[in-house]
Design a protein around this ligand. Structure first.
Ligand SMILES: C[S@@+](CC[C@H](N)C(=O)[O-])C[C@H]1O[C@@H](n2cnc3c(N)ncnc32)[C@H](O)[C@@H]1O
Length: 348
């Protein structure tokens, strides 16, 4: 990837201006494309990015990375949104996901690539989507990404130190990352819709609790029985393993500690906007395309303190150091992180 350069006349990938495929598309979308319609959370991440991207108004291109991009819906939403809100910015979107089996079906990225290519054919998604093994460093040179985002990923990450360390390494000085995910504090685990399953560390207890809750009619068991014909013991055994092996919730304290170890500023900016726009959309209002840029503060912290018990929070990280400044100091921090994270001999 080239280093960022400046250019006075900037456009968003000039050859890449297809019609939006989401809400504003005139024609009825095909089934594959309608599968790529953004969720409420994708629109929230988009509204944060649209609020913050002006920080990088002098950069050409502005590089945005979606970590744990899954089926590519967030990437497509950002693509369509930023064309509308920032037509003068040239934006390059990248997606990263992991090859290790777990949350996604084997080979899912082929579908992601095919669907994105069909929806936004002007972009070479083959080159923009990157896959790595979970223990590998990310395939980006240091300091090349302006904005990193992730949606519903961090609660699945096994090694958060490596995850945020690679985020720090990939970001430019002054870069930001925005991660929307639930903390360990929330009460109703959203994969199973059973309270507190994610807080139980004993597998036997976990299996018994999933079984008992399912028999009481709590959670997704009935739906699974209808769809897959599973009995309650099979459902409980499979999902106890899912929770124990494929989720890894952080408390706010653990998050603060891991982010600090990776030398980034932590705040919960825009968490309040997430819940306000949820409330407004429940009342029938349209979700905002872009938020007003937030400076953060007490309200955000207080909102997060309460709202973390309900659902996801917005974790806002900045790679900035007003004390020592950017440049060699950031590089030194980067090198000390690299020693910790990267096996020797890896090419960048
Ligand atoms: C619940 S899906 C969310 C997908 C997508 N972000 C969305 O909003 O629809 C979680 C994604 O995180 C990915 N993932 C899990 N651990 C990861 C890691 N350590 N690094 C990058 N991606 C990871 C999974 O492969 C999966 O695609």
């Amino acid at each position: 990837m080239r280093a960022t350069t400046r250019n006075s006349t900037r456009q968003i990938e000039p050859d890449s201006l297809p019609q939006p495929l989401t809400d504003t598309h005139d024609a009825a979308p095909s089934r594959e494309l309608s599968l790529l319609a953004p969720s409420f959370m994708h629109r929230h991440v988009g509204a944060v990015v649209a609020a913050e991207i002006n920080r990088f108004a002098d950069e050409d291109p502005v590089r945005i990375l979606d970590i744990g991009c899954g089926d590519g819906r967030l990437l497509l939403h950002l693509y369509n949104l930023l064309k509308q809100t920032h037509p003068d910015l040239r934006v390059e979107l990248y997606g990263l996901d992991i090859t290790d089996p777990g949350v996604q079906n084997v080979g899912f990225i082929r579908n992601t690539r095919t669907n994105l290519q069909r929806a936004a054919p002007e972009v070479d998604w083959g080159a923009r989507l990157k896959m790595v093994a979970v223990s590998d460093p990310w395939p980006f040179p240091p300091g090349c990404i302006h904005i990193a985002v992730s949606n519903q990923v961090c609660e699945h990450v096994r090694d958060h130190r490596a995850f945020f360390g690679e985020t720090f390494r990939s970001l430019v000085d002054g870069g930001i990352s925005v991660h929307v995910f639930p903390l360990k504090h929330y009460l109703l685990e959203e994969h199973l819709l059973i309270p507190l399953v994610h807080r139980i560390n004993n597998h036997d207890l976990l299996r018994h609790w999933i079984r008992a809750a399912s028999l009481l009619g709590i959670g997704k068991y009935r739906q699974h029985r209808r769809l897959y014909g599973h009995d309650v013991a099979t459902f409980a055994a499979r999902h106890a393993d899912y929770i124990m092996l494929y989720t890894n919730y952080l408390s706010a304290r653990q998050l603060a500690s891991v982010v600090k170890a990776c030398s980034m500023r932590l705040s919960f900016r825009y968490t309040i906007d997430l819940y306000l726009s949820k409330a407004l959309s429940l009342l029938g209002f349209t979700q905002p395309r872009a938020y007003r840029r937030s400076a953060g503060g007490l309200c955000d912290w207080l909102a997060c303190w309460f709202l973390r018990y309900l659902s996801s929070v917005t974790v806002f990280l900045e790679k900035s150091d007003a004390y020592n400044g950017p440049g060699p100091n950031a590089n030194a921090r980067h090198m000390s992180l690299r020693r910790h994270l990267v096996p020797s001999g890896v090419q960048e």
